[in-house]
Design a protein around this ligand. Structure first.
Ligand SMILES: *Cc1c(COP(=O)(O)O)cnc(C)c1O
Length: 499
């Protein structure tokens, strides 16, 4: 080690010295001490490593030598080692790192992808009533498990069971943590140790490791596959039945479709066979919905009501897919099965929490009046948004964006399609109007990255070297934020920074 380097390392401020600086004391008053101390240590250490690295590259300091008494070298620059040692630069770095560490990790993002139920972006967005219900229940105590009339212990399911009975037509209902848990609980309760007959065309993987054969194994049921990938007949179910058979399971193939030479046994046929042979039928609908979306020209999917009416003994579906509520697994069906599930030991392990329950109740209440549901539940509002509205939103967004990025990109409104998402209705193309942005000189991926890393993060699609912004999934007030985010990027672009 040269004498000069030793001297430089000695000049490096000590951790305690930095902690005593007023800027850092200010940080200490607003942030956890452990975080501030950790960041000070890291910054001092980084400066030390920086010094060592520069010296090993360039030899001992020499070039850029300080002109005595000025603090600057002959070109008027600070010698590089001063930059590394300067207390104000070090404290600024500490401040930046502490602020970054203090940001909440889970935070809102702007979804400009047009995928309404985006699994990576938290699926369904809650409506106003649900938000208020969550706040009310979260900020104080609640009657979660207290019957206010009798004063006795109550059931957490009581808050939604009547609503679910009324909305689905089922005899009884309960809710658990998510639909994967609902399926696991229903199988465990209805057919553990026995054979469950499922069509080979319905042995699906939903994503996030929900695979029908694996859930079946977890529940202690024995999978009895029947039919083929594309065709399963009623006789296949019939022939599979023996004294071990505990259940017929129908699974909605949610995120894929087999088209062409296909045959699926309808729920009604399965129910008829089941009742003849004394075998219950369960229908895992996945993204069950309570409003017939066909009426709005969307998809061709059965409602939960239709499954119950067709005679399914138990129906399971998600709370945060097309229903537009919070993460939950809803189980509706015959009273004796639901009663048995409520008593099953697994139920405690998969029980729904009070905040989800509050949001779910408020969301279900909207369904009591279909027109309210379609207006007040964001998922339904986005799915049924008229093309004229999408068009005027796209034009407004394009105008705002053009004002900011005029020289840096070509901006146009174009026809495109939005997706339902959430593994639901994979073939349904929702006609929409999008804003396409083609950056002129910098890669489109760089724009997408800067948008994603900004505050707030904006998530977009990329297609044919263009950013695609779909106004369908933008919430109130977000157009302005998207335009601002793009303006920051085009400023970057002009200054040649970061791209
Ligand atoms: C989505 C889905 C599930 C899992 O539901 P989660 O609420 O995500 O746990 C189970 N079955 C089917 C058919 C699904 O579509």
């Amino acid at each position: 080690m040269t004498k000069d380097l030793k001297e430089l390392l000695r000049q490096l401020p000590a951790v305690d010295q930095l902690l005593g600086r007023p800027e850092v004391e200010q940080l200490l008053s607003e942030h956890p001490r452990s975080i501030v101390v950790e960041k000070v240590r890291a910054v001092v250490d980084g400066a030390r490593q920086g010094l060592l690295a520069r010296v090993s590259q360039a030899g001992a300091p020499g070039a850029g030598e300080e002109v005595p008494g000025t603090g600057k070298d002959r070109e008027g620059e600070l010698p590089w080692w001063k930059e590394l040692l300067e207390v104000s630069a070090l404290t600024a770095k500490v401040r930046a790192e502490v602020l970054e560490a203090g940001k909440r990790h889970l935070r809102p993002v702007i979804n400009a992808t047009g995928v309404v139920l985006h699994t990576n972006l938290g699926r369904a967005v809650l409506g106003q009533a649900a938000l208020e219900a969550v706040q009310d229940v979260a900020r104080g105590y609640s009657n979660l498990e207290l019957d206010l009339v009798s004063g006795d212990r109550g059931s957490r399911y009581s808050h939604v069971e009547d609503l679910l009975r009324r909305l689905t037509g089922a005899e009884a209902a309960m809710v658990v943590n998510n639909n994967a848990a609902a399926v696991l609980l229903a199988l465990s309760t209805m057919a553990s140790g026995r054979e469950v007959v499922v069509s080979r065309g319905q042995l699906v993987e939903i994503g996030g490791a929900f695979r029908v054969p694996d859930v079946m194994a977890q529940s202690g049921c024995i999978l009895k596959e029947v039919g083929t990938t594309n065709k399963t007949h009623l006789r296949d179910y019939n022939q599979a039945v023996n004294e071990q058979t505990g259940l017929f399971l129908k699974v909605h193939t949610s995120n894929y479709r087999v088209v062409g030479f296909t045959r699926e046994v309808s729920l009604a046929e399965l129910v008829e066979l089941g009742s003849k042979l004394g075998i219950p039928v369960m229908d895992d609908l996945g993204s069950g919905f309570l409003v017939d979306l066909k009426k709005y020209g969307i998809g061709d999917e059965p409602t939960v009501q239709a499954s119950i009416a067709a005679g399914a003994d138990v129906v399971t579906f998600s709370g945060d897919k097309l229903l537009g509520g919070t993460q939950a697994g809803i189980i509706a069906g015959k009273g004796r099965y639901i009663q048995a599930m409520k008593k099953h030991p697994l139920t405690r392990a998969v029980r729904i929490d009070k905040l989800s329950l509050a949001a779910l109740e408020a969301t279900l209440r909207e369904y009591l009046d279909e027109s309210r549901a379609v207006t007040n539940i964001p998922t339904l509002r986005m799915l049924t948004m008229p093309l004229e509205e999408l068009d005027s939103r796209a034009r407004e967004l394009a105008e705002r964006v053009k004002a900011f990025v005029a020289e840096a990109a070509v901006v146009e409104v174009a026809d495109d399609y939005s997706q339902v998402g959430g593994g639901a209705m994979p073939l349904t193309m929702l006609a929409t109007k999008v804003v396409k942005i083609k950056p002129l000189a910098s890669p489109v991926q760089a724009w997408a990255r800067l948008l994603r890393q900004g505050e707030p993060a904006v998530i977009v699609r990329i297609q044919d070297d263009r950013l695609i912004l779909d106004p369908r999934t933008l919430m109130a007030g977000e157009m302005e934020l998207v335009a601002e985010a793009l303006s920051k990027i085009s400023t970057h672009y002009y200054q040649g920074v970061g791209l």
